[in-house]
Design a protein around this ligand. Structure first.
Ligand code: 6PG
Length: 258
């Protein structure tokens, strides 16, 4: 099983990859707004997408993002305060938001301050139901979800060995990956969108850079049943367009170039 459209774009180095991702996001946002008046975008955390967010915040690097009609959500968050160094919100704030291009009312972070992870998840699920107009079988239908790939094969914060990757009822769940893998960094609970939300998105961009990702990408691109490890094999059940943005160092031998 593969998504209706799965493309693998490969770049010599990170700057070109980041510019291509940013330009593709702007193009997709304009298409979504032309089509239904809004672009709903779920951001990935971690380090790989940071430079993309920086480019989106700079004038003149890529065409300006239509922020007025773009709603920013988070695909996952660490359950720490928003000013904590491990916060995905803080990473996006420093890379993009502090420059002020996005209207405050269009920024919809996962609230984590002082909250139990399960409460964070319940609240964000309600917020998605309110703020993401388009739905598919009751799940929020995002125009674009950005994903990264962890070296253990997780994506978003659907960590292997936790119940999170198996959640099929809720749009948002939580997990405590360190209970399964004490090496997980940072060793905190996570809140995350679930597989059905990823599967229903109109577009999914997967970003992976560096030699450290080559082995896990090789396992992800290897043919085999979807519901097995690595977790990120779930991407092959997406019903929308999937684009992998990979640099040469991360490209496994078994990934055909799109
Ligand atoms: C997170 C991310 C996570 C990330 C991968 C890859 O909260 O950590 O959402 O899914 O995308 O772990 O992270 P890097 O881009 O740092 O390799």
């Amino acid at each position: 099983m593969t998504p209706p459209e799965l493309k693998v774009m490969v770049y010599d180095e990170g700057e070109r990859l980041a510019r291509e991702v940013a330009a593709s996001m702007v193009e997709l946002a304009k298409e979504s707004i032309a089509e239904h008046g809004q672009c709903t975008l779920a951001l990935s955390g971690g380090s790989t997408p940071r430079h993309v967010y920086e480019l989106l915040g700079k004038q003149g690097v890529v065409e300006d993002m239509p922020w007025e009609h773009t709603l920013l959500f988070w695909g996952d968050e660490r359950v720490v305060k928003p000013d904590h160094p491990d916060s995905n919100y803080r990473m996006v704030y420093e890379a993009l938001l502090k420059g002020g291009p996005v209207p405050l009312e269009n920024i919809v972070p996962i609230q984590t301050s002082g909250l139990d992870p399960a409460v964070c998840a319940e609240r964000y699920e309600r917020l998605l139901q309110q703020r993401v107009r388009r739905k598919s079988e009751g799940f929020p239908l995002f125009d674009l979800i950005l994903l990264g790939i962890g070296n253990d094969g997780h994506t978003a914060s659907l960590f292997p060995g936790t119940p999170a990757p198996l959640e099929r009822t809720h749009a948002v769940t939580w997990c405590d990956p360190v209970q399964v893998n004490p090496q997980v960094v940072p060793a905190v609970s996570r809140v995350t969108i679930t597989a059905p939300v990823i599967w229903k998105a109109s577009n999914v961009f997967v970003l992976a850079e560096g030699a450290a990702k080559k082995e896990i990408l090789g396992k992800i691109f290897a043919p085999g049943p979807i519901d097995t490890q690595p977790v990120a094999r779930l991407i092959w059940r997406c019903s929308g367009q999937v684009r992998f943005f990979i640099d040469n160092a991360a490209l496994p031998d078994n990934a055909k170039k799109g």
